[in-house]
Structure formats: C-alpha cells, structure tokens
Design a protein around this ligand. Sequence first.
Ligand code: SF4
Length: 497
Amino acid sequence: MNDSDKLKHSTWSDSDKLCEECGVFGVYYTDPQKDSSKEDIRDAVPMVYYGLFSLQHRGQESAGIAALLRSEGKTSIECRKGMGLVGDVFSGDVLSRFSGSAAVGHVRYSTSGSSSVENAQPFVSHFKLGSIAVAHNGNLTNADVVRELLEDSGVGFISSSDSEVIINLIAKNYKKGLEKALTDTIKFIKGSYALVVLTDDALVGARDPNGIRPLCLGQFPGGWILSSESCAIDAVGGTFVRDIEPGEVVIIRENEVLSFTFSEKTRRAVCAFEYVYFARPDSVIDSVDVYGARIRAGKILGRESAVSADLVIGVPDSGIPAAIGYGRATGTPFGLGIVKSKYVGRTFIAPSQIMREKAVSVKHNVIESEVRGKRVVIIDDSIVRGTTSRRLVAILKAAGAKEVHIRVCSPPVRFPCYFGIDTPHRKDLISNMNNVNELCASLGADSLAFISVEGLLESIRLEDEKTGNDTRAQHNHGYCLGCFTGEYPIPVAGEEQ
Ligand code: SF4
C-alpha cells in the first residue's frame, strides 16, 4: 500500500472540500501571580479553550487540552479530550475541574489514524524523567519506519496516530535534556509538522524545515501563546508577535524564551491551500493576510477569465472575498445569492455519494429574488469531487438564473496531499479525470475557469509595505503547490520526483 492509498477516505465530510487536519494552541504563564496562600492561581486552560474555539474550522472531530499543574513544588500534566466539537468535549463543569499555569490544546480532523478517541490529541506520556504532552498538526511521511524502529526497541503504542511517534521519540531522548531530545527527534522525522509540546517546565513550538503547516507566536500580559493561526491569538486578547520560522524551535520557560534553528536553511513552502480555503480570513500567515489574498485571487480571476454577467456571488464562506475581488476587477455587481447553513458540520458526515449530494442541498440554498433572470458568476475556492458545484449550478438554474458561470480561485486539484490534508483517491478528484471542458459539461455550467498557478502565486504575494513590491524571492519565500502541480517540497513515497 503506498501513502496515497493509506490516506483515509471513509469519513469524507459534509462537503467535497479538502479538509484541514488539525489546529494547535498553547499558553504559558511566565508572570508569577500567586495568592496569599502561595497557591498558583494562573490558569491557562480557559485561554486554550477559547483559542481552540477560534481554530475549530481546522478540525471538528475531536478536541483536547493538556495542562501543567504546579502545586507545593510538584508538577503534573493532566489531559481531557474527547470526540466532538470543543464546546461538546468541554461542556458542563469539565473546565472548572481542570486548571494549570501552562496548557496545550488540539482540534483534530483525522487523516492518518482512525477516527477514535485513542487518536484524539494531545498525547501525554509520563515517564521516569517527567511528563510531556504533544499536539501536532501535519503528517509524517516516515511515521511507519520510525514506529517500527521504536517498537523494535521495546516502545509500546496505544494509538495509530503518527503524532504518538513524536512523543515517544522525545521521551526516548529526554535523558539528553529537552533541547537535545527535541533536536534529535525533529532530525529523525520527515513530513509536515507544527508542534506544541508541554513539559514539566516549558512550552515548546516547532515547525518543519519547509514550514508547510503554519505556527505563530503571540504574547499577553503575563505570558506567551503558540497558535496555528493568528486569529486565535486575537480571540484570547493576545498580541501577535511573529511566525515561527521553518525549521525553528522556540522554548518558553518562566525566565527565558529560547529560539534555535534545527535544520539547514530550506525554502519556505507554506501550504498554498491555507490561503485559498483552510485558514480563517482574519488570520495572517507568514506575513500574508488571508483575506487580502482571497480578494486578490478574485481580482486575478477577473483579469484572467472575465465573462459578461449581471451578478457575481461567492460560495460561502471562503468564496465571498474572492467574489468581492472579482466584482471590483470586472465591474460586475456583487451580491449574496447563496446562503449556507452554519450548523451542518461533522455530525453530517455522509459516506455515500447519494448521501453527500443530499448533504449539499441541506447546506446551501439560493436567494431566488437575487438571481432570477440574471447571468450569474459564481466563485468557489476549489473543486475537488464536483458534488457541491454541480448541485449549486442546478439550484441556481432552478431559481431562474439565466446563465451560471463558475470561476474557481484555486487551480484544478489533480494530485493527493501527503502533508496532513484529507484528499480523496485520485479517481475521485474530478480534475484528475476530466479536462476543463468535460468538467464544465459535467457540472452543467455555461462556462468554467480556474485561476492559473501563476495567478494563485500572485494572489499570495509577499508585499513590501512601502513599495508594494513582491519580496518573496528576497525572503526565500515559496509555497507548496503539490496538489495542483504534483511537485512536492519534499520527497514523498509513491510520487515520481
Ligand atoms: S499538497 Fe501542498 S498545497 Fe496541497 S493541500 Fe497539501 S500542503 Fe497544501
């Protein structure tokens, strides 16, 4: 079985989008606030809870928080996790019975490992020298090899998640000291990872040498934050400090914040899909504001493939900024023609194609008075299986739209992702099986066009604030475009390099 076959397909979500695997969040209080009885009253758990709420879009299958409790000179790490949304897992009085001066949290959408509570994160390991909790976003491309080596040396596993490989490697090397254990672990693992690690005296953040998955650092009065996205730092009243650099480890302790680079300088290769769809529009990732990138993508689509029309609408939510951009670039009036139910989520998972199509009609509805008698351009962030697009064209036409033209602000998705994103089999990637004309006919649209790869890259340009020039080359700043081009930033088994 090659890696693409091992990708999990049985729990395809409510829509036919690529699905983000995870979000991570960590908080560390450095400010020694104590009450008169000398009890530690700093509590990072509520902050992590709110941070995870803001990262819920990155994973809705399970949620968890591990917290560091200090009491009378002793430390312990306790963890609560379960299946479901953050609000479900931490309902009732769970939070009031759980506190700590530092904590890490995780929301998960499974791609590697099955959908079960054993694979929910954070993972916690208690061993002779201490305790560690790890929360991981990404996918290790050599997890099987490392797991086998660890098992051969007597290490036991309780889950099928590759994230457990990381915690066992750190625990195995821990006697060398935290910094060395992290460096040795990170040099061993390959693939994509944004990690937050909690130990008895530190919060650690690490990002893979290409920075495929995002991770950033924030601050609040009294401590530090690590987060997959800047929107979650804003949500807890923190201040964004900077992105963790590709190949960087940051160690936060009560009296120090250390940073070191564990890999040779490599080209940054942030997942381009973060800007298209995964990230929230109020986040800034590696100095590029996600909302601005989506507006630009719409403008570029307008430049590359304008069509004469009376109305441009966006498929909620991520198609809307691009529709605004398209409208600005072409002079086409922008309107809200489609309404999305915000309450159709992971509970609506439908394994069969028939059920998926029903899910699409529950999820989206048309505002008939807005589209009737009009030539409509509909902007979507991506087309993966085509289920959503086909259904949207049908309901727009049924509502009286004269013409329906689809414009897509990502290039055709033709290849799998190996870096922590749920991708259907190649045969289910509709752009892998059809050219644009065939696809347009199959969706029932009057025309169809995708943004070019060059156009996508232009939309996520790294602009100099003063000159507006694109400074990516100066900053060795690039993007992973693997699912569009089949060219991946690191070698992956089963793909020709
Ligand atoms: S292949 Fe690359 S661009 Fe595509 S989803 Fe995966 S990480 Fe993102």
